[in-house]
Design a protein around this ligand. Structure first.
Ligand code: NCD
Length: 311
């Protein structure tokens, strides 16, 4: 692995497999009464978030704490960023404080690469603009492998606002690298031009994927990122693409439903499907902890499949 984790695009199949295998080793820690191992003792991890987040920020913080790191949290809204401090000066401040790891979320694609140039800390991308969200894709792959036993040859349909989704981009890269077939399902206005060049099939209606979808991965309609409204109305989206019990019953019996969160109940997913037995949203969140532990551990130079990390 590289010294930073910024793009799935730069990882190969072996790197991804190594992270997923190490994540599995860490699962056992979550069931312990004292959920802590010393792997990152004395290291400083900063979560530098310029955009709202619940899951990603909290799970990075908890993952770093479970590895015994010292964790500093930066939230743009309560920092000197509101006084106009630049990204460069913020990064230099983190460097001066002795940050070993910076987990960054930013509205601008490319912000993590820029921060990585400002110091000798390691950078993990927690979501950059319309770019990538690598740890989300890794925890999704981990969850799929955990539920279905493999990734190779599976049919994974990603449905929703693909145009605005860094999660979709990272998942397309990760799933195709691992040998899964990716189908993108959305109205044309929610699909970026030339997206099929990334190796995914494109469909404009859910009925095209009923028959053989193994994983139905739903995305939120990102109204806050849309400059122009891409849809006549959210109600119309919900009618055509919203997954409720009726639509789900048209899929294979054993299809699994996933979503990176936050969900919009009643838009892309109904209450009954969100709370139903085919849906693994909470598992995704829980798996996010071990995947982020594994990423931090491996960037720190952890030995391959290091069982000693849990002892
Ligand atoms: C996503 C994000 O922020 O990229 N959420 C997440 O990290 N789980 C997707 C979203 O906001 O819809």
């Amino acid at each position: 692995m590289d010294r930073n984790l910024i793009r799935i695009r730069t990882l190969d199949k072996e790197d991804i497999t190594k992270i997923l295998d190490q994540s599995k080793v860490f699962l056992e820690i979550l069931d312990r009464p004292i959920k802590k191992v010393p792997a990152l003792r004395g290291k400083v991890v900063v979560t530098l978030f310029f955009e709202p987040s619940t899951r990603t920020r909290m799970s990075f913080e908890l993952a770093a704490k479970m590895l015994s790191a010292d964790v500093l949290n930066f939230a743009a809204s309560t920092s000197s960023a509101v006084k106009g401090e630049s990204l460069k000066d913020t990064a230099l401040t983190m460097k001066a404080l002795g940050a070993d790891y910076i987990v960054v979320r930013h509205t601008h694609t490319g912000a993590p690469e820029f921060i990585a140039k400002q110091g000798d800390f390691r950078v993990i991308n927690g979501g950059d603009g319309f770019g990538e969200h690598p740890t989300q894709a890794l925890l999704d792959l981990f969850t799929i492998r955990q539920k279905l036993g493999r990734l190779e040859g599976l049919n994974v349909a990603i449905m929703g606002d693909i145009a605005h989704s860094r999660v979709a981009r990272s998942n397309i890269f990760a799933l195709t690298k691992m040998g899964a077939n990716v189908r993108l399902v959305a109205p044309p206005t929610m699909l970026p031009v030339n997206i099929e060049k990334l190796g995914a099939q494109v469909h404009y209606r859910p009925d095209a994927i009923f028959e053989d979808t193994d994983v139905l991965y739903l995305l939120r309609v990102q109204t806050e990122r849309q400059k122009d409204s891409l849809l006549p109305s959210l109600k119309e989206y919900a009618e055509l693409f919203g997954v409720n019990g009726d639509l789900l019953s048209k899929f294979k019996k054993d299809v699994i439903v996933m979503h990176p969160g936050p969900i919009n109940r009643g838009v892309e997913i109904s209450h009954d499907v969100a709370d139903g037995n085919d849906t693994y949203i909470e598992e995704q969140v829980r798996n996010g902890l071990v995947v982020r532990m594994a990423v931090l551990y491996l960037l720190e130079g952890g030995k391959e499949a290091a069982h000693e990390a849990v002892n």
